[in-house]
Design a protein around this ligand. Sequence first.
Ligand code: ADP
Length: 333
Amino acid sequence: DLTDPVLASEAELAFEGALRPRSLAEFVGQTRVRGQLQLLLTAATIQQRTPDHILLAGPPGLGKTTLAMIVAHEGGRPLRMSSGPAIQHAGDLAAILSSLVPGEVLFIDEIHRMARSAEEMLYLAMEDFRIDIMVGKGAGATSVPLDLAPFTLVGATTRAGLLPNPLRDRFGFTAHLEFYDEAELEQVLARAATLLGLDIDREAVAEIAGRCRGTPRIANRLLRRVRDYALVHTDRADLSAVRAALDLYDVDELGLDRLDRAVMQIILTRFGGGPVGLNTLAVSVGEESETIEAVVEPFLVRIGLITRTPRGRVATPAAWRHFGLASGETALP
Ligand code: ADP
């Protein structure tokens, strides 16, 4: 799906890799976070120590992996990449930690999905660069301490709230990434167009910026489809090419994709505008509630189509208008 901020094919990953900013200076937007990271990295360099552990929180596609790579690159440090789902036992984590070289940056994506037993090992590793390894079984089991090379952990999560407090507290710095505004997305797109050697009109760039869910990953992906469209149909990446390409791929004027619309449809038509609980919503659209909460909902809230209340999600008047319905109607056009 073109606007799914999570899914990425093999070709997609190669394409993303080519467009990834390599330094903080090239990284567009997130001005506050960039300044904070710059300070943290520079201070570590001056003191000749590994930078503090960093937690990056925010919806998919906003630059968490990119920032982890930049942290390694700016400090001239090697980078090891792993993810929560790949760490299902404490042993998986022990193998990674014990093979780190001094100063290495360890990136753990989706860190909230790591096994509990590994989490506990990580506490000690983050604090003292040490782990305890259990040797033997039953009454004869003993724990053997193992010193680790000093490292910097960069954890990424779509939901900081899911991390247990002891883990969250061990990060020296937490950055909350926000959706990008249109001016920033235009910069992301202009940079990508240059790298792709694509000649694109300004209005075309602005149109994509307004329809990419505030997400650089989606902006770049839409740009690629517009390039295809121009290649095949119009030989010019102009406003009409953008409109035609995005219509073809079912991206509406607000950038809502099929899942966003399905969620809105449920709230508006089946539940008369809400409130609807998260689990009910998830079951109704056949998605995991984590996806609804981490991917769909933050954007719908951000653009003012829903609000969160203690009793559930409620559609705003803007939502009724966007879907061309009067409050209380039950069919979408
Ligand atoms: P996340 O890890 O948060 O899901 P990524 O770091 O993988 O997101 O970013 C997805 C893509 O979006 C990257 O390949 C990169 O090209 C682009 N991107 C993300 N943030 C920025 C940014 N601030 N400036 C320019 N491009 C960005």
